[in-house]
Design a protein around this ligand. Structure first.
Ligand SMILES: [Ca+2]
Length: 137
């Protein structure tokens, strides 16, 4: 994973700030970033939000490069976002926002993971910014 400015990464500016995270740049790459957090016990709605900008040079309609945001707890887990080169555009990409509500995981310790798996050919760039996990009562 690389954290750099949108200028340095040749990405369009992100409204969420000039520095963004880029996963999956190199071919055959496997990239992940994670954080362990304890969700407050009063949580009724947990929201995963952020902005994304995905580009690819893959030009066949098959999944080659994959992107996930997932949550794992001691006895549960789920994919919150599943994307691939099929969700990416020819550069330049457009920053689009997402807001998703997984299970609440109230009172649980969870692993919040962003993961990318690339095949051996054809670059796909999965850029994300402003990632947030927000607990609502
Ligand atoms: Ca590829």
């Amino acid at each position: 994973m690389e954290i750099a400015t949108t200028d340095a990464l040749s990405l369009p500016p992100s409204a969420a700030g000039s520095r963004v995270a880029l996963l999956g740049r190199g071919d055959g790459d496997y990239d992940s970033v994670e954080q362990t957090v304890t969700v407050p016990p009063w949580t009724r709605v947990l929201e995963v939000s952020g902005v994304q900008c995905f580009t690819t040079v893959e030009d066949e309609e098959y999944v080659f490069d994959e992107f996930w945001i997932y949550i794992e707890s001691a006895d549960d887990g789920e994919d919150v976002v599943e994307a691939s080169n099929l969700d990416a555009s020819v550069a330049p990409c457009t920053w689009t926002s997402f807001e998703l509500t997984p299970a609440s995981y109230a009172g649980e310790q969870i692993r919040f993971v962003v993961e990318v798996s690339m095949d051996e050919n054809g670059e796909t760039l999965f850029a994300v910014d402003d990632l947030a996990l927000t607990a609502y009562p």
